[in-house]
Design a protein around this ligand. Structure first.
Ligand SMILES: Cc1cc2nc3c(=O)[nH]c(=O)nc-3n(C[C@H](O)[C@H](O)[C@H](O)COP(=O)(O)OP(=O)(O)OC[C@H]3O[C@@H](n4cnc5c(N)ncnc54)[C@H](O)[C@@H]3O)c2cc1C
Ligand code: FES
Length: 376
């Protein structure tokens, strides 16, 4: 029997480890961290008690870290492979001015714990078995497709994979060495990078500029025959989608996931709090037939939410700072308790039936059916 040294005092047989249970397991302990590029770091975690992690390659976890006394949550793809189930890794890129990504880089050290929920998400090649895949990624969007590639490689399935990663410069290519190693070891895996420009320390001699249909055809002439997974910044994914669609690709075989940063930014930049129909508590709360009042008890604020508008959108527009991440009912970051009222909630797995029974709702995908009071 194989045993593992869990900690100086704890020895646990591999086979004896129960699966991580999202209902009861909430703490991950950082065991290792290593730099992947100058601004990307991988953090490796174990569960607090011995556990094995069951997830599909491409899924993510929602982590919570306490920063200056406030618990802040963000989603990160599990970049490791479920074929190695006793640890999970996330790979985080520093976002200029970003709260959590910089905190993780600057503070999280082996031995420290964070909160975690999940695994969550439906962006996985496991649901779309195919003989030939094309993985397209830009920037930190490489993480889910890297998990998929690592899984296929670990399973030695000889699946035909073309992996095309777009980066700003050669020194921004994430997992560069590991990708080269996988391609060298697997005749069925082809890796190509597309860089916008040279790095100060390295001239780029490969494909240059943005991904175009000409570049893609050069790298992968049979791209129309493949199941395609795409992840990256919003403009990158929009460009890839239109490239594929204009090239006559069967869009039923196109799958994408957004980290929504760009979309969130463009939304927040477009917001003018003066546009919002804000009614402060104690102000005029007369009813109109164009929406419902939503009272936020902790903020002592009431806003008007137009019919059919997600409560989170109305709250953001009104200048309220509500925790959120995916904006798609996936991650659970915007979960609050509904004190009274009724909503229409169209979630994507970010909330459990048990939580719904406890009157929890996700603000990003709930539209009011009646006036609401929420504990937020
Ligand atoms: C499903 C999913 C998977 C993800 N996987 C990964 C992954 O594998 N790796 C990864 O690196 N990231 C991933 N992300 C992104 C990640 O969740 C975070 O969004 C990212 O790390 C930035 O978080 P932050 O707290 O550092 O930045 P935030 O503090 O959220 O800020 C983001 C940006 O907004 C700006 N900003 C903040 N407040 C304002 C304001 N009031 N007005 C204008 N601008 C503002 C900041 O300056 C910054 O540029 C994923 C996201 C999702 C939804
Ligand atoms: S922000 Fe992710 S579920 Fe609402």
């Amino acid at each position: 029997m194989t045993i593992v040294q869990e900690s100086p005092t704890q020895l646990v047989a591999w086979g004896a480890r129960p699966a991580w249970d999202d209902e009861t397991d909430t703490i991950l302990v950082c065991r290792r961290r290593h730099a992947v590029t100058h601004d990307v770091t991988t953090f490796v975690f174990e569960a607090l008690a011995p556990r094995r992690f069951d997830y599909e390659p491409g899924q993510f976890i929602t982590i919570g870290v306490e920063i200056e006394g406030t618990l802040i949550e963000r989603c990160y793809t599990i970049s490791s492979s479920p074929t190695r189930p006793f640890t999970i890794s996330i790979t985080v890129k520093r976002v200029p001015g970003g709260v959590v990504s910089n905190w993780l880089h600057d503070n999280l050290q082996p031995g420290q714990s964070i909160n975690a929920r999940g695994p969550l998400g439906q962006f996985t090649c496991a649901d779309y078995p195919a003989d030939k895949y094309l993985f397209l990624s830009g920037g930190s969007g490489i993480t889910p497709v890297m998990s998929m590639l690592r899984t296929l490689h670990d399973l030695s399935q000889d699946t035909d994979v073309v992996f095309v990663h777009s980066a700003r410069t050669p020194i921004d290519i994430v997992f560069r060495r590991e990708l080269a190693d996988i391609a060298a070891a697997s005749p069925s895996v082809q890796v190509a990078h597309v860089c916008e420009t040279d790095a100060p320390t390295e001239a780029w001699e490969g494909h240059r500029g943005r991904l175009t249909v000409e570049t893609l055809t050069q790298i992968c002439p049979d791209f129309r025959d493949r199941e395609v997974f795409v992840c990256g910044p919003g403009p990158y994914m929009a460009a890839v989608k239109s490239l594929l669609s204009n090239a006559g690709f069967d869009m039923d075989r196109h799958h994408q996931e957004s980290f929504v940063l760009d979309e969130l930014l463009s939304d927040s930049e477009a917001v003018d709090a003066g546009d919002a129909d804000v009614i402060l508590a104690g102000g005029d709360d007369s009813e109109t037939d164009t929406g419902f009042d939503v009272e936020f008890t902790k903020s002592n604020t009431t806003i008007r939410c137009a019919t059919g508008t997600p409560v989170l959108d109305a709250a953001t527009k009104a200048g309220l700072n509500m925790p959120s991440s995916c904006g798609q009912g996936l991650c659970g970051t915007c979960k609050v308790t509904l004190v009274s009222g009724e909503v229409d909630m169209q979630h994507n797995g970010g909330i459990r039936p048990k939580e719904i029974a406890q009157n929890k709702i996700l603000l990003c995908c709930s539209t009011p059916r009646t006036p609401l009071v929420v504990d937020a």
